[in-house]
Design a protein around this ligand. Structure first.
Ligand code: AMP
Length: 220
C-alpha cells in the first residue's frame, strides 16, 4: 500500500506513521526527518537546507522531489510506504504522480488529518524528539519515563529548532498557502480519506487501520 499523509504540522502524521507502519508492513518516509538527518551530520545538503527548515520555509520543489525520487528506487519500498511531509505543494504532487506513473506504482490513498489550531500549537511547543532514534514525545501528553531521556533507546530528547511559536506560525501560514490545495488534488482523484487529527494517537490509529482495511477489501 502506498499512502500520502496530509495535514498541518502537529496533526500527528509522524506519530501515526510510527504506530501503523508495522501493522501494515510498510515503510515510513519523512522528508523533514531526511533534512534533519542531513543537518545533524553536517552534510553539504544539510547546510543548504538549514536556512529553510529553521525559518519554517519550504525547501525548493526540485531539491525535495529529486531526493524522494531517488529514495523510492530503493527496493525496500516495493512493499509499500507512507510519505510524511511530501508532497507539500501542487508541483510536488504532480511530479510525484509522474514519477510513480513511470514506475507503475501509483499512490493508493491520501490520508488527510485535520486538527484545531490551538491543539496544534500545544502539541508542537511541547514536542520533544529523541536525537538518536527519532521517537516522539510530548512534555504533557506523552512524557518520557525519565525527563529528557528516550524510553526506547536512552538517547537525549531535544526540542526541534522550528518548534517555537514564531516558526510554528510561519509553518502554518506556509501550510495553508502551499499545501492545502493538494487536498483538492487528491479529492479529485477520489483518493482522499479524511480522519480526525484531534483524536489521541491510539484512537486515531485504530480508526485508520479499520478504514484502510475496509477500503482494501472493497478494492479487491
Ligand atoms: P516536517 O518535519 O515535515 O515538519 O518538515 C520540517 C521542515 O522541512 C519544513 O518546515 C520544511 O522546511 C522542510 N520540508 C520537509 N518536507 C518538505 C517538502 N516536501 N517540501 C519542502 N520543504 C520540506
Amino acid at each position: 500500500m502506498r499512502i500520502v499523509l496530509l495535514g498541518p504540522p502537529g496533526a500527528g502524521k509522524g506519530t501515526l506513521a510510527g504506530l501503523i507502519k508495522d501493522s501494515l508492513d510498510i515503510e515510513h518516509i519523512s522528508t523533514g526527518d531526511i533534512f534533519r538527518d542531513e543537518m545533524k551530520h553536517h552534510t553539504a545538503l544539510g547546510a543548504e537546507m538549514k536556512k529553510y527548515v529553521e525559518r519554517g520555509e519550504l525547501v525548493p520543489d526540485e531539491v525535495v522531489t529529486k531526493i524522494v525520487e531517488n529514495k523510492l528506487k530503493n527496493p525496500i519500498f516495493e512493499k509499500g510506504y507512507m510519505l510524511d511531509g511530501f508532497p507539500r505543494t501542487s508541483k510536488q504532487a504532480k511530479d510525484l504522480d509522474e514519477i510513480l506513473n513511470r514506475m507503475s506504482t501509483p499512490i493508493d490513498f491520501a490520508l488527510y488529518m485535520e486538527a484545531d489550531l490551538e491543539l496544534i500549537v500545544q502539541r508542537l511547543t511541547g514536542r520533544r524528539v529523541c536525537r538518536k532514534c527519532g521517537a516522539v514525545y510530548h512534555v504533557q501528553n506523552r512524557p518520557a519515563k525519565v525527563e529528557g531521556v528516550c524510553d526506547v533507546c536512552g538517547g537525549e530528547l531535544y526540542q526541534r529548532a522550528d518548534d517555537n511559536e514564531e516558526t510554528i506560525r510561519k509553518r502554518m501560514e506556509v501550510y495553508y498557502q502551499s499545501t492545502t490545495p493538494i487536498v483538492e488534488y487528491y479529492r479529485s482523484q477520489n483518493k482522499l480519506r479524511q480522519v480526525d487529527g484531534n483524536k489521541d494517537s491510539a484512537e486515531l490509529c485504530k480508526d485508520v487501520l479499520k478504514m484502510l482495511d475496509e477500503k482494501q477489501r472493497h478494492k479487491n
